[in-house]
Design a protein around this ligand. Structure first.
Ligand code: COA
Length: 294
């Protein structure tokens, strides 16, 4: 076995390996590329494969994100050919990546959850081997996360906006007000929202109260082509006025023109989505963290 950094030419082999190993996260070529090379923090020294006779048998892709409280590493993709599992391949890949992460100053490592560009908010509980792998590899399970889904084919296009405030699709003229609003309330979401803004037409809806933006809802900002909703938010002082529901329904109505199903990922307020748009729980994830001692 030999270990090396990935190159763009590996893309078809990586896609084949990933889809063979990860049955609950089947990727298209464009989605694989978005997750790897489309990540603003992509670093080829953190994207490794194990090869045997020129065949890729295992892959691991991680990134380091500089945040205000330090540098956190995220393992975005990790898979071993099902015929080569339990032979220590993933252990060797992760050990090599951890050594590199430490030299880059990463203080801890998480699995998935590499917002704004992430595939899952943790390890799907159905990947029993992966849960075991990370638990045995010094990762601490610390919380769970869930995705919800909404059947868009059952939604009526008229089912929109009940708020007294105007909900509009964002245009380039709205950029300064939206950016101010995001930087004030959710600075870490600005990258994702900006992506939705740059789609043509924008996949971002906003609510104004006079000249001020008071809420937003976006889709197609991450995992393009999958029906990925979010993020969304209402200014804390404006909650309880129906703004979030109006934004959510407007966004889902627009998504229904393109997708049969909406994925509402990494959900906080489960009741809100269940009550207002009939969302149901679809996936559960175990979150893991590991301190990277120097
Ligand atoms: C998770 C995965 C990458 C592990 O790859 P691997 O190359 O088989 O892992 P290793 O051989 O290095 O396993 C190391 C340890 O993990 C645990 N482990 C791995 N597979 C296991 C299994 N099927 N059952 C129980 N424990 C397992 C064991 O503790 C093992 O050590 P041991 O063999 O000495 O008991 C692989 O199972 C896989 O590709 N799964 C599907 C994709 C996935 O779930 N990826 C994670 C989400 S990002």
């Amino acid at each position: 076995m030999s270990l090396r950094c990935i190159t763009l030419a590996d893309s078809p082999a990586l896609l084949g390996l990933w889809n063979e190993a990860a049955e609950h996260d089947q990727l298209s070529e464009s989605l694989l590329n978005e997750k790897i090379w489309g990540d603003a923090d992509f670093d080829s020294s953190l994207a490794l494969v194990e090869e045997q006779e020129s065949q890729i048998q295992a892959m691991a892709v991680a990134v380091c994100r500089q945040q205000k409280d330090g540098c956190t590493a995220y393992v975005k993709l990790l898979a071993t050919n099902p015929l080569k599992q339990r032979q220590g391949l993933a252990t060797r890949l992760l050990a090599a990546i951890e050594t590199r992460l430490k030299s880059l100053g990463a203080e801890q490592c998480r699995i998935g959850e590499s917002a704004p560009n992430y595939l899952t908010p943790g390890v799907d509980l159905r990947y029993t081997q992966a849960i075991e792998f990370f638990s045995q590899g010094g990762f601490e399970p610390f919380s769970q996360a869930c995705n919800m889904r909404v059947d868009l084919s059952a939604r009526s296009p008229q089912e929109v906006s009940q708020s007294d405030l105007g909900v509009i699709r964002a245009t380039p003229l709205d950029v300064p007000a939206v950016k101010d609003f995001l930087l004030q309330h959710w600075p870490s979401w600005w990258d994702e929202v900006q992506k939705a803004m740059l789609n043509d037409p924008a996949t971002l809806f906003i609510a104004y109260d006079g000249p001020a933006v008071v809420g937003f809802a976006a889709y197609d900002a991450n995992n393009l082509g999958t029906g990925w909703f979010g993020p969304m938010g209402t200014a804390p002082e404006c909650r309880g006025r129906g703004i979030g529901v109006a934004l959510l329904k407007e966004c889902l109505a627009d998504m229904a023109t393109k997708y049969p199903t909406a994925i509402i990922p990494w959900v906080g307020p489960v009741d809100f989505y269940a009550k207002h748009v009939g969302a149901t729980m679809s996936r559960s994830f175990q979150r893991f963290r590991k301190p990277l001692s120097k």
